[in-house]
Design a protein around this ligand. Structure first.
Ligand code: ZN
Length: 252
């Protein structure tokens, strides 16, 4: 496995001192690749956490431009970035934060046609996009490719994060959770309903944590559990999702 340089040993000292991570866990992070779907409130919080932690390769997929209304909750963008492609600005942010990370910004909208090509070859995908149609495409594609999915969403005062490995016999996929109703609808977006600024950072940080512990291989396996956060009561709630025996994505 890939070795760590002296500079990397210093950079990741707070990881390496953790018995559960150590040099082995840090080398796992360095050897890993993660795709982030959507550089919005969740993606732009998770990206610094993943790049800072030393994930070796990041692919950032977003076809949008930075807008003034993004700055309320998306910490990697500046006023001067307005009008520029988010994927490019996010990739520049990663390169400036951690030059050892190999980063690719993809200025494309993820669809059923290109999802397989864009997501294949990654060890994990973190989906923080803003609509159910794309989330279902990502979920179905990853079940087929057997790549773990960390799916995260935040709207108004509510957040949810889940880890999915739907190809396993007893584990639900994302479609088991959502169902087939949302395939063609762009509903439930922040633009329509609003979202409190720091909520996306709470949820995005939790999603990044889930991604890192999955790559390193530590902690309880939470695949198939969904975590809900309520920004008004400040409660986290965890539920176990059943696998849908009639699901057209994961139950043949
Ligand atoms: Zn399913």
């Amino acid at each position: 496995m890939t070795e760590l340089s002296d500079a990397e040993l210093e950079r990741y000292a707070r990881h390496i001192v953790l018995p559960q991570v150590g040099g082995i866990g840090q080398r796992r992070l360095k050897a890993s690749s993660i795709a982030i779907v959507g550089a919005g409130g969740i993606g732009s919080t998770a990206i610094p956490a993943l790049a800072g932690a030393g994930v070796g390769r990041l692919t950032i997929i977003d076809d949008d431009m930075v807008d003034l209304s993004n700055l309320q909750r998306q910490p990697i963008f500046r006023e001067s970035d307005a009008g520029q492609p988010k994927a490019d600005v996010a990739a520049r942010f990663v390169a400036a934060l951690n030059s050892t990370v190999e980063v690719a910004g993809v200025r494309e909208r993820l669809t059923a046609d290109n999802a397989g090509a864009l997501l294949a070859g990654h060890d994990l995908v973190l989906d923080g996009c803003d609509n159910f149609a794309t989330r279902l495409v990502v979920g179905d594609t990853l079940t087929r490719l057997r790549i773990p999915l960390v799916s995260a969403a935040a709207v108004q005062f509510q957040g949810q994060v889940g880890l999915f490995r739907g190809w396993e016999p007893d584990k639900p996929c994302y479609r088991c959770f959502v169902g087939d109703a949302f395939d063609s609808e762009d509903c439930d977006t922040c633009a329509d309903q609003g979202v409190l600024g720091a909520l996306t950072a709470t949820v995005g940080g939790f999603a990044a944590l889930m991604a890192l512990r999955t790559i390193v291989g530590i902690g309880e396996d939470v695949a198939g559990s969904l975590f809900f956060f309520d920004g008004l009561t400040l409660d986290w709630r965890k539920i176990r999702l059943p696998k849908d025996p009639g699901c057209r994505a994961c139950s043949a």
